[in-house]
Design a protein around this ligand. Structure first.
Ligand SMILES: [Zn+2]
Length: 73
């Protein structure tokens, strides 16, 4: 099975939409992407890193979204 990937521009657009609070849509087929939380935030370092896995249900391409939680709470 071929491992399809988004281009860096497409990944950036998806991450931007997600960080803006929108549901990202796949730039290839327009499908609403599903999000899956990946655990593993380290609270001991003063910040928590939240990772989201954005997956297109149509073409199965996926993007990892690394969300660093900064000072705003
Ligand atoms: Zn897709």
């Amino acid at each position: 099975m071929e491992r399809a990937q988004y281009s860096p521009e497409e990944e950036a657009a998806i991450r931007q939409a997600f960080s803006a609070g929108e549901t990202p849509h796949c730039p290839r087929d327009g499908a609403a992407m599903t999000t899956r939380s990946i655990g593993g935030g380290s609270f001991g370092l003063g910040y928590a890193r939240r990772r989201e896995w954005l997956i297109c249900p149509e073409c199965r391409r996926s993007v990892i979204f690394d969300q660093k939680r900064g000072t705003r709470n």
